[in-house]
Design a binder for this molecule. Structure first.
Ligand SMILES: [Zn+2]
Length: 298
């Protein structure tokens, strides 16, 4: 059923807005820098939503979805905690937006929202069991089982980036060591590149060097890819998915050097024949998946 929805992707550096019926029928899209205080974030979101509503004479939106990089409480429509946003104590941003604009608001974690976006707007429309891995500075994951998003008791499930691959591994931002994220994310690639090349490099620069066949860059990506595959094998063993989708900035990494080692390792390392036939795909929603995922929360 066709319905108008507003999606808001609230990230550490920018806030994106989309007003749409479907990815093919977008009424409006805008991007702004994220303000530094939570009250200013709320105020700015309210202003931009009011503007979007005033600019269009279409039917009223069915709802507004907010995807946030952090732990959220969908019942209280609040952000509980976010490492990259000024929410260090619980803040009911969704509830306050709903009261201000008088349109229902749904709030979700960005990685879970990405999985819902893949289900509503992407290649997983017909799938019941799949995983979406968001590969960027960190690693996020969203899981669908039996046709429903897996959220958990406190709606915080599926932190696959903090699944420990090797307790003797490098330190992770979460305080533990050897998490999947500490081995296979963009920041892990950057840390290894600085060691190998002796200068700071962005993950994109490492990917570009690997595309130009730089051997050191190729081996950094291959190692990260293999570790990613170890993590995916464990996810396959637990969730038995039909498909695994990749999104985030690293979705543009050279397939041959990062994703192929990951897929090969995942198939080999998964239990028995569970890895056979699992589809591995780069999400076609690309960098828009966060924003479309937010809209899909509605
Ligand atoms: Zn961790």
């Amino acid at each position: 059923m066709k319905k108008r929805r507003i999606g808001i992707d609230l990230g550490g550096t920018k806030i994106s807005f989309i007003d749409l019926y479907s990815p093919a029928e977008v009424l409006c899209e805008k991007h702004i820098d994220t303000p530094h205080e939570k009250e200013a974030i709320l105020k700015s979101i309210i202003e931009h939503v009011r503007e979007m509503l005033a600019e269009s004479d279409e039917e009223e939106p069915a709802g507004i979805g907010i995807a946030v990089a952090g732990q959220i409480n969908p019942i209280k429509q609040s952000v509980v905690f976010s490492p990259n946003l000024p929410f260090k104590t619980e803040f009911p941003i969704g509830k306050m937006l709903e009261q201000a604009v008088q349109i229902p608001v749904r709030i979700g974690n960005d990685a879970n929202a990405a999985a819902i976006g893949e289900k509503v707007f992407g290649a997983a429309v017909e799938m019941e069991d799949f995983i979406v891995l968001t590969l960027g500075t960190g690693i996020g994951s969203g899981v669908f089982t039996n046709g429903e998003p897996l959220l958990g008791h406190r709606r915080a499930a599926c932190e696959a980036g903090h699944m420990v691959i090797d307790p003797a591994g490098p330190p992770c931002g979460c305080g533990r060591a050897g998490c999947l994220e500490a081995f296979a994310s963009g920041s892990a690639i950057e840390r290894n590149a600085e060691k190998v090349f002796g200068k700071p490099m962005s993950a994109k620069e490492v990917c570009d060097a690997a595309k130009a066949d730089d051997e050191k860059a190729v081996s950094i990506l291959k190692e990260a890819g293999e570790r990613l595959g170890e993590g995916i094998a464990s996810l396959i063993n637990i969730f038995n998915p039909e498909a695994v989708f990749f999104t985030g900035s690293l979705a543009n990494a050279p397939h041959h050097h990062y994703f192929e080692p990951a897929i090969e390792t995942a198939r080999k390392a998964s239990f028995g024949t569970m890895g056979d036939g699992v589809r591995f795909e780069i999400s076609e929603l690309k960098e828009n998946i966060g924003l479309l995922g937010a809209a899909a929360l509605v």
